[in-house]
Design a binder for this molecule. Structure first.
Ligand SMILES: Nc1nc2c(c(=O)[nH]1)N[C@H]1C(S)=C(S)[C@@H](COP(=O)(O)O)O[C@H]1N2
Ligand SMILES: [Mo]
Length: 251
C-alpha cells in the first residue's frame, strides 16, 4: 500500500475509533503504528497520543511557516535563564573557542565539533517564529546546520528513534526522527545575521520551528541518538514532560 493511502486509512481509523469506541481503541491503533509519544502513559496520555498521532499523520512533513524579512521582530523577547553554570561562564570568557557539540549514542562515528567545525557544514537560514507556551512569540532569522546533516555525518545506527538534546543547564528535550530529519530543524549558531547571542542560547541552540519554544533547547552541548527515552531522566522524553507539559508540542 502506498504511504498516502496507508495514511488515509489510518487517519480514518483513528477518527472512527476515537469517535465511536473511545480513546482507548484509538490509542491502541496509534500504538500499532508506533505513534505513541514517550509521555503517552500518564493521565493525559490518550489525549497526547491522539494529538501526536494525528499531527504526524495529518501534518506529515509540512514545514513551519517562514516569514519575509520585514516581519522579523524589532525587539525579540529573550526568555533568558541565568548563565547555566561556571563552565559556561568560563567558555564565554574564552569567546566559546572551546565549546564542543558531542553527537553520540546510536551512531557509527561519534562526533565532537567546535563551532568552527560546525560552520564547515552547509549553512541554512530561515525566518521562523518562536512561540512560547506562555503565549508570547517573536520572529527571527536563524542560521545554522541542518540536524539531518550532522546525523548523516555521524551515521545513525539501526533502531535510532529519538534525538535527545542536552544543554548546559538542566533543561533537555528529545525529538522524534520526523522532526530530527526535517529540513527546518537546525542547530543554530547565528541569529538575525550575527552570532547567536548568549541571551538567546548562544553560542549554540536547537531550532525546532514545528514545535513550541520549549523544544528549542539553548546552550546545546550534546545530541544523543537513542532507540528509546526510557532511560533518560524519568523516561518521559524531556524535562518539560516531567513538569506536566506535553512531550509533543507541535504547532
Ligand atoms: N537550555 C535551555 N533551553 C531553553 C530554555 C531554557 O531555560 N534552557 N527555555 C525554553 C523556552 S520555555 C523557550 S520559550 C525558549 C525561549 O527562547 P528565546 O530565549 O529565544 O526567547 O527557549 C527554550 N529553550
Ligand atoms: Mo517557553
Amino acid at each position: 500500500m502506498s504511504g498516502i493511502s496507508r495514511r488515509r486509512l489510518l487517519r480514518r481509523g483513528l477518527a472512527a475509533a476515537a469517535g465511536f469506541s473511545g480513546l482507548g481503541v484509538a490509542t491502541r491503533l496509534a500504538a500499532g503504528y508506533g505513534l505513541v509519544p514517550p509521555d503517552g502513559g500518564g493521565i493525559f496520555g490518550p489525549g497526547d497520543t491522539l494529538t501526536y498521532a494525528a499531527h504526524r499523520l495529518l501534518v506529515g512533513d509540512a514545514p513551519a511557516r517562514e516569514f519575509p524579512r520585514h516581519m522579523i521582530s524589532a525587539a525579540p523577547f529573550p526568555n533568558t535563564p541565568d548563565p547555566p553554570n561556571e563552565e559556561y561562564t568560563r567558555l564565554q570568557a574564552g569567546g566559546f573557542t572551546d565549546w564542543r557539540l558531542q553527537v553520540d549514542g546510536l551512531v557509527e562515528r561519534p562526533l565532537s565539533l567546535s563551532l568552527d567545525e560546525l560552520r564547515q557544514f552547509p549553512s541554512r537560514s530561515q525566518i521562523t517564529q518562536l512561540a512560547c507556551e506562555e503565549g508570547w512569540s517573536y520572529i527571527a532569522e536563524w542560521t545554522g546546520v541542518a540536524l539531518a546533516d550532522l546525523l548523516a555525518a555521524a551515521g545513525m545506527r539501526s533502531g535510532a528513534r529519538f534525538v535527545a538534546c542536552h544543554p548546559m543547564d538542566p533543561w533537555w528535550e528529545a525529538i522524534d526522527m520526523a522532526d530530527a530529519l526535517h529540513p527546518q530543524t537546525i542547530v543554530a549558531t547565528g541569529m538575525n545575521g550575527s552570532a547567536l547571542p548568549a541571551t538567546f542560547g548562544g553560542p549554540l541552540r536547537m531550532r525546532v520551528p514545528r514545535q513550541l519554544g520549549y523544544k528549542s533547547v539553548k546552550y546545546l552541548v550534546r545530541l544523543q541518538v537513542v532507540d528509546s527515552v526510557r532511560d533518560l531522566g524519568r523516561g518521559l522524553g524531556g524535562s518539560n514532560p516531567e513538569i506536566g507539559y506535553a512531550w509533543y508540542a507541535g504547532i
